[in-house]
Design a protein around this ligand. Structure first.
Ligand SMILES: Cc1cc2nc3c(=O)[nH]c(=O)nc-3n(C[C@H](O)[C@H](O)[C@H](O)COP(=O)(O)OP(=O)(O)OC[C@H]3O[C@@H](n4cnc5c(N)ncnc54)[C@H](O)[C@@H]3O)c2cc1C
Length: 425
């Protein structure tokens, strides 16, 4: 049989599914992606509303992600850098902190900011140095504790914990208490320290679109939810059965495969609200953190503070909420609007759209950096991918997709799976 004749299906056109397709293509196969929605991207999508780009939840690419460097063409994405720091809104004051080694304009504000003691600032330098030296695999081999405990063990003061670490990393982990594994903290901190947080000029979906446009021999079935995956066949919601030599499930598999019924992934959710405002209170592209225990708002970002391919009439503000709440949308908008006035001095914010993302990041323990191709294999013909196998990041989604594809390739080419012993990451 010719390589292109194998029926290889990928369920899910998110980042992990798109990378799996690319790797299969690189080896001469012609996969087919079956996707429930009408477009690629999964969690990495954007809409255009009133000429503003609205990402489905505020998210950034960390430019040092090893897998992103391998699979993305950064130049074509026209990546826009965020300032390495944050503006903190606390006790009626606005203060800027950041990494003066990377952005000299942050030197004086950081020294004078009343956020943390001098001891805290020295500890941050120590953390930077330690994590620069620590290899990624080493990070994921270290015993995990909660990030909160990790920072306490490091000796950081309550002040810097509440004013900086908690709001900043809550916005990344999408949970307010820093219960996320210390492995994720070290990983993300290292990536921030060694590279930049960036957003493509055309919005986050440009990443998904680029991956899709690179595919030459992959076909897509959109608007086609899958109901069940069996060995050598896929049952669609429509009842239709599709024959498949190999299937990669590039999404949560527990609902699709009968023997995984009790292994459902738990998820963290968030809300991102977009507002149109007449002017920016933060002139540079920097994240604003509301460091108050009682607020719903976790962070704000003026998406129009970076260059974008299309520009609305005024400025666009994204507001992210990570705390659980039971508010209906109109009450949520009212509460957020009044918090914007009270804590950030942002008046005249006109609500545009809300993204309530129920399954934003997987809630995981024993986080892993990578997975061998053998470990992605569930049955003789079913392989698994998706960030929920490793850790909630674009990097993990890419690695998982690559490894699932390699699992199929090795099965076909070697007749057996040979585990890779050395990691290229
Ligand atoms: C608000 C938010 C902020 C984030 N911030 C960051 C960040 O700053 N940095 C970072 O690195 N990562 C971030 N992430 C995480 C990152 O987006 C994900 O790790 C990554 O997109 C996961 O890709 P995936 O392919 O594993 O899954 P998904 O993107 O979930 O893709 C799964 C695909 O499968 C499809 N599908 C599901 N079920 C079926 C079915 N039955 N039949 C057919 N198709 C199906 C879905 O429609 C979807 O397209 C963030 C995520 C969110 C939501």
């Amino acid at each position: 049989m010719k390589k292109s004749d194998y029926k290889i299906h990928i369920i899910g056109a998110g980042i992990s599914g798109l990378i799996a397709a690319q790797v299969l293509e690189n080896y001469g196969y012609h996969p087919k992606i079956i996707e429930a929605t009408n477009t690629v991207g999964g969690r990495v999508k954007s809409d255009i509303v009133n000429d503003y780009i609205l990402d489905h939840g505020f998210q950034v690419l960390l430019s040092e992600y090893p897998a992103a460097k391998k699979y993305l063409n950064y130049q074509a994405l026209d990546l826009q850098k965020l300032v390495s720091g944050a503006v903190i809104f606390k006790d009626g004051k606005t203060q800027k902190i950041g990494d003066p080694f990377r952005d000299i304009s942050l030197l004086f504000p950081t020294i004078f900011a009343n956020i943390g003691s001098t001891k805290d600032k020295l500890k941050i330098l120590k953390l930077n140095t330690n994590l620069k030296k620590k290899k990624l695999q080493e990070i994921f081999n270290t015993d995990e504790i909660t990030t909160h405990q990790y920072l306490k063990n490091y000796g950081f003061s309550e002040n810097i914990m509440n004013s900086f670490f908690k709001p900043f990393f809550s916005g990344i982990f999408l949970e307010p208490n820093l219960e996320t594994s210390s492995r994720m903290f070290e990983f993300v901190y290292k990536m921030f320290g060694e590279g930049h947080a960036v957003i493509p000029k055309e919005g986050i979906q440009a990443i998904s679109n680029q991956l899709k446009n690179n595919l030459q021999h992959t076909t897509f079935l959109f608007n086609t939810p899958v109901q069940q995956v069996k060995n050598n066949s896929i049952i669609l919601n429509s009842g239709q059965e599709i024959k498949s030599h190999f299937t990669i499930i590039a999404t949560e598999a527990s609902n699709l495969v009968s023997n995984l019924k009790n292994q459902e992934t738990e998820w963290k959710s968030c809300d991102t609200l977009y507002f149109e405002v007449p002017e920016r209170t933060l002139k540079t592209p920097i994240i604003g953190l509301v460091a108050e225990a009682s607020t719903l708002i976790n962070n704000i970002f003026y998406t129009t503070s970076v260059k974008s391919s299309t520009k609305g009439k005024q400025e666009l503000l994204s507001v992210t909420i990570v705390k659980e709440h039971q508010l209906k949308e109109s009450d949520l908008v009212n509460k957020v609007t009044s918090e914007l006035i009270k804590y950030c001095n942002i008046i005249d914010a006109k609500f545009i759209k809300r993204y309530c993302i129920k399954k934003a990041l997987p809630k995981l323990s024993n986080l892993q950096y990578e997975i061998s191709s053998t470990e992605t294999q569930l049955t003789s013909s079913i392989f698994l991918a998706g960030d929920q196998l490793l850790n909630g990041s674009l990097n993990a989604a890419m690695i998982s997709g690559e490894r699932a594809a390699m699992g199929i390739i090795k099965t076909l080419e070697d007749g057996l799976i040979v585990d890779e012993l050395t990691s290229e990451y």
